[in-house]
Write a protein that binds this ligand. Structure first.
Ligand code: NAD
Ligand code: UGA
Length: 464
């Protein structure tokens, strides 16, 4: 791997859902830069070097294949690549702290700080260090202190360049971002560092979509962006509960309000609540920051977004239990979907797994079917996985079941032969559509009792 012919050496520390795809897109558009992605996880790096990439993401294979070996490399030799880098993106995980002060809310920055110290130890030239991970506002200040109080006399510029991609559409989001946000210091050196990052993105992003701000606005905008998106989901889910009581239909309400230009149609899909590795973590972090600065009303306001999400999941399970004659013990219940959303293999904080755990607590016999996420589901469920059957074929999974719960919006669940599924199930057969995904009228005609989110159920008179 010879770095001499490249204009600049870019390094990304952390080869996860963000580091891998973002660097692959940068490398594919910027053949003049050498892009190396490193990680402490050897298996992950081997997977990135192989034909079987560690994450499922539409379009990712093609982008990686295009650049890998040309100017995109994956490695575990972190120290050597730090030494060679001009620009270092840090994309390590920033989970919620599980211990000590701020436990359950604050961001656990230990991986970040370790990385900063490792950068310092292995640097012999000045560098630009880019926060790609989502971080609490003012993290860059701590990074500046750690990196710049060094006896070597090296200067490091810290830049915030938060990532807004969503899983399942990561490549499209990177290729055509709504905006790229770059925050930095207002000093001459800070401005030069901002320009170096702008120069990367202008290789494919129109200049007017690249916005530059001060460091704190950039860090805070990322948390606020996720909080606003999650807030819309909690808002529509709150209204779905009211729809179920009043006979209004949540899809019709969402459509009607979404046509107002000021509201807009996106992120108004009611369901079993948001999941994924970030919304919950980032809102908790925002709540913690507000509490830290003494803004208890602001903290309580945002905390409610999470409470509503938990309520929606709990409500879904209790609706299932009451529809199935107040007991599901020993009943075979098939979960269609384990991933936190369609088009990803990611099951981190997936509402499907939360529902699975609640059903296991009720002693149901749970079977999970998912086209890409079964392996991650098994890992994330831990001990509970021993009590679950994993079946990739949804038709086989539904055989002999009392109920199906649709928990991930995979399109393939809409294309199944539900007549065949109905025939193979115990009667009365139930479908609980937690994503309002299926053709409910058609299923009702086949004979199913259908329960949806934010709509009256379609049930045949059931004799117990
Ligand atoms: P991830 O867990 O998939 O990846 C993080 C990687 O960092 C892991 O592979 C881990 O082994 C590696 N790592 C940890 N410490 C390291 C160290 N000291 N040296 C080298 N490697 C190290 O996480 P992710 O989903 O890619 O998220 C990363 C950050 O990006 C988080 O802050 C997250 O909030 C943010 N983010 C995530 C998404 C998303 O869709 N997943 C989108 C936008 C922003
Ligand atoms: C989200 C944001 O959309 C990204 O902009 C951000 O970069 C990312 O978090 C992050 O910081 O990690 P992601 O979690 O990958 O992306 O996926 P989303 O499409 O936002 O979906 C999140 C959850 O909300 C999923 O469980 C999804 O099913 C649910 N959702 C989404 C709804 O229930 N209703 C909707 O209308 C939209």
């Amino acid at each position: 791997m010879d770095g001499e012919n490249f204009m600049k050496n870019i390094l990304c520390i952390g080869a996860g859902y963000v580091g891998g795809p973002t660097m692959a897109v940068i490398a594919s558009h910027c053949p003049q830069y050498r892009v190396v992605v490193v990680d402490i996880n050897k298996e992950k790096i081997s997977a990135w070097q192989s034909e079987q990439l560690p994450i499922y993401e539409p379009g990712l294979d093609e982008v990686v294949r295009h650049a890998r070996g040309r100017n995109l490399f994956f490695s575990t030799d972190i120290n050597q690549h730090i030494a060679e880098a001009d620009i270092i993106f840090v994309s390590v995980n920033t989970p919620t702290k599980s211990f000590g002060q701020g436990a359950g809310k604050a961001a656990d920055l230990q991986y970040w700080e370790k990385t900063a110290r490792q950068i310092l130890e292995n640097s012999t030239t000045p560098k630009i260090v880019v926060e790609k991970s989502t971080l609490p506002v003012r993290t860059a200040e701590a990074m500046e202190v750690i990196l710049n109080s060094n006896p070597k006399g090296l200067h490091f510029d810290i830049i915030s360049n938060p990532e807004f991609l969503a899983e399942g559409t990561a490549i499209r989001d990177m290729e055509e971002p709504d905006r790229v946000l770059i925050g930095g210091r207002e000093t001459p050196s800070g401005q030069k560092a901002i320009q170096a990052i702008v120069d990367i993105y202008t290789n494919w992003v129109p200049r007017e979509r690249i916005i530059t701000t001060n460091l704190w606005s950039s860090e805070l905008s990322k948390l606020v962006s996720n909080a606003f998106l999650a807030q819309r989901i909690s808002s529509i889910n709150a209204i779905s509960a009211l729809c179920e009581k009043t006979g209004a239909d949540i899809n019709e309400v969402a459509h009607a309000i979404g046509l107002d230009n000021r509201i807009g149609p996106k992120f108004l899909k009611a369901g079993i609540g948001f999941g994924g590795s970030c919304f919950r973590k980032d809102i908790l972090n925002l709540v913690y920051l507000c509490e830290y600065y003494g803004l208890s009303e602001v903290a309580a306001y945002w905390e409610q977004v999470i409470k509503m999400n938990e309520y929606q999941q709990a409500r879904f399970v209790s609706n299932m239990i009451s529809a199935m004659f107040n007991t599901i013990a020993g009943k075979r219940i098939v979960l269609f979907g384990a991933a936190f959303k369609a088009d990803t293999s990611d099951t981190r904080d997936s509402p499907a797994l939360a529902v699975c755990r609640s059903l296991l607590d009720e002693r149901a016999e749970v079977v999970i079917s998912d086209p890409h996420a079964l392996e991650n589901a098994r890992i994330d469920l831990g001990e509970a996985a021993k009590r679950v059957t994993f079946e990739p074929d949804p038709i086989a999974a539904a055989k002999g079941a009392h109920a199906i719960a649709v928990l991930t919006d995979w399109l393939n669940f809409t294309r199944l032969d539900y007549e065949q599924i109905y025939r193979s199930m115990v009667k009365p057969a139930f479908i609980f559509d937690g994503r309002n995904l299926l053709d409910h009228k058609k299923l009702y005609k086949i004979g199913f009792n259908i329960y949806m989110i934010g709509k009256p159920p379609l049930t045949h008179s059931i004799s117990v």
